[in-house]
Ligand binder design. Structure first.
Ligand code: AMP
Ligand code: MG
Length: 312
């Protein structure tokens, strides 16, 4: 999945660390082999290769992820869309070429192939009905993998641990007797420092989406890797959004979707779910715009202004 994973086990359960890590690692590799779009033989790549041609029998995790992705697509009114790949490609920097803005025609052509609602799932098979349509689980797959590893670790009998896959984190139990796990939010404007930390409710997950780590610079402006499917342009307005949710799949999908929607349009979605969020607007001085439910769990590590999302 192009990132690093870490399993942290609380002191008293250290003895379980080695076998648990080896087992979890094998499961994660198997999951990656099924979902990755960077492997031509993965289930997702094979499904993409027969888009517009025929349905394909897909393995269990792929089918479940397609269903979950469609549900998060609906929940976010299409801001989260796993078929946005053709547009993502237009914004991807190409080695040896000066990055330039995609043309209107190219955007229009790519957007015509975008639309998660078209994905058909029947029994154990899936079908992408249009030629050139494609699924990219980059915005939700890591969260799903974290939930999977989390469940495995629990069923192996580990109860106090934290699993982190590239910033998609889920905790279990406590860090120390009587001390909850806490996770810091990085300063999107200064990667070396942190802004605040969040005390994690037991079994909960956290994910952050931001433009500051992966972007392309065109004519002096930065364009990020999260695309607004309504316009075909990279989402703007936020430096980052962190979502706290009962599971990591939800945290991952919602952080990507809410990055597109922004805080105001995110309010009804956050009210519908149990998720909490911290938005960091892309402006100075740095401010944190938060859901009221997260305030008590947040401790500041820098002198920044915190306010409840305007309009909440
Ligand atoms: P994340 O880091 O979880 O926010 O996911 C970002 C990745 O999701 C990108 O690198 C793309 O592969 C993919 N992506 C970009 N825009 C969207 C979108 N609007 N909906 C779903 N996935 C997206
Ligand atoms: Mg995501």
């Amino acid at each position: 999945m192009g990132t690093r994973s870490t399993l942290t086990v609380a002191g008293s359960e250290k003895a379980r660390l080695t076998p648990a890590t080896a087992e979890t690692k094998r499961m994660m590799q198997a999951l990656e082999a099924e979902l990755s779009i960077y492997r031509s033989d993965s289930a997702v790549s094979r499904l993409n290769s027969v888009a517009g041609v025929r349905p394909l029998e897909v393995p269990e995790h792929t089918r479940r992820l397609l269903e979950l992705s469609k549900a998060y697509g609906d929940l976010t009114s299409g801001a989260f869309d796993i078929t946005v790949g053709p547009v993502v490609d237009l914004w991807r920097p190409v080695k040896g070429r000066t990055p330039s803005l995609p043309s209107d025609e190219a955007l229009k052509e790519a957007l015509a192939r975008v639309g998660f609602r078209q994905i058909q799932i029947t029994g154990g098979s899936a079908f992408l009905p249009a030629k050139g349509m494609r699924v990219d689980l980059g915005g939700i797959g890591k969260g799903y993998a974290v939930d999977f590893a989390w469940e495995r670790s629990r069923s192996q009998g580990t109860s106090n641990f934290m699993f982190d896959l590239g910033g998609n984190i889920r905790v279990s139990g406590e860090a120390q007797p009587g001390v909850a796990w806490a996770i810091a939010i990085r300063d999107p404007f200064n990667k070396a420092s942190t802004l605040a930390k969040i005390e994690m409710p037991d079994e909960w997950a956290l994910a952050t989406s931001g433009q500051y780590e992966r972007f392309v610079e065109i004519e002096g402006r930065r364009y990020g890797h999260i695309i607004d499917p309504r316009t075909g342009y990279p989402a703007v307005g936020l430096a980052g959004v962190t979502v706290l949710a009962p599971n990591a799949t939800m945290a991952d999908a919602l952080s990507t979707g809410l990055f597109v929607l922004g805080p105001k349009a995110g309010i009804p979605i956050l009210k519908k779910t149990r998720a909490e969020a911290v938005f960091i607007p892309d402006k100075q001085p740095t401010e944190l715009w938060v859901t009221p439910g997260i305030e008590a769990k947040l401790s500041l590590l820098q002198d920044v202004k915190v306010k409840v999302i305007p309009g909440w």
